[in-house]
Design a protein around this ligand. Sequence first.
Ligand SMILES: CC(C)(COP(=O)(O)OP(=O)(O)OC[C@H]1O[C@@H](n2cnc3c(N)ncnc32)[C@H](O)[C@@H]1OP(=O)(O)O)[C@@H](O)C(=O)NCCC(=O)NCCS
Length: 297
Amino acid sequence: MNPVLPDPTSSSPQLVCRAVLPLDTPRVLELTRQIWNGQDYIPFVWQDWLADAAGFLAVAEYGERLAGLGKLTRLAEDEWWLEGLRVHPEFEGRGFATHIHRYLMERWRALGKGVVRLATASKRIAVHRICEKLGFHKVAEFGAYDRQAQAEGQASDFCLIWEEELAEAFAFASQSPLLPLCFELVDLGWQWAKPRLAYLQRYVAASQAYWWRGRTALVCVEEDDEDEGKSLMIRWVACEPQELEGLLADFANLAAQNGYRKAAWIAPLQAPILEALAKAGYQPAWDFSLYIFEYAE
Ligand SMILES: CC(C)(COP(=O)(O)OP(=O)(O)OC[C@H]1O[C@@H](n2cnc3c(N)ncnc32)[C@H](O)[C@@H]1OP(=O)(O)O)[C@@H](O)C(=O)NCCC(=O)NCCS
């Protein structure tokens, strides 16, 4: 189905999807205030999203009203991410999100290739339904786990990965037997993608990539941007599955040494990983999980 265009014979408004304009900003911020009790993250990333020339940011207008929005983000030439799907609560249940999603997929077919993914909560049935209708498949499921950081003073065995070790580190991470248990995906910060040298390079350049116990494991970390100053999150981990428990336990030391109260991981929901998390003292932090859906052509 094409995006809904104005029908000159109809007197009632039609939904029109189009590229965003900077002057849409006040109405977008007004819309996002209605989402998740005012806790939507979009206001914090909006200026970056407007400035992102490689992706495509869409709004949907219904008559004079801004009814919704959504964003297509380019991670790599053949790897894309859909995010920010929003419909104003007054317009829910009319198929608007389906239209916005379909419109963004049309833009993707014009702009990109390869694969498109998105993340949504296990409880977000409307998005699951849209994904099913548009040919996406669920490829992964993650859940948030955390534990208190260890008391300061505990020794940890992490060592920053240097730029000149990047090729070696990427070869290590690509061959990690943990990767299949991670659904072959790594966390780029609320965006999951196949491991690539360029993604690891970003963590290395930001001094967020570590070796553990010599070359026993590799881990990339980042401060939890939703919980500023409180949690250090694992974004990417590579090791033998039997080393994971020890790594997770020691990661709580690293978090403490860097001044965080908690160590956290949005972890793949796979039995050996859940077992290692439990043994290392991590607890579930959410009462829902995250589904990753994928569309590939
Ligand atoms: C989630 C959201 C985008 C859905 O928007 P929407 O315009 O109401 O969605 P649609 O009307 O296109 O509905 C999509 C499908 O889900 C179904 N659906 C909607 N809510 C449902 C529910 N609670 N249970 C089961 N099915 C549901 C619809 O019937 C439709 O399926 P159909 O075409 O087979 O009838 C909107 O509610 C929203 O912005 N929520 C807050 C922000 C958010 O959660 N965004 C998603 C982040 S991943």
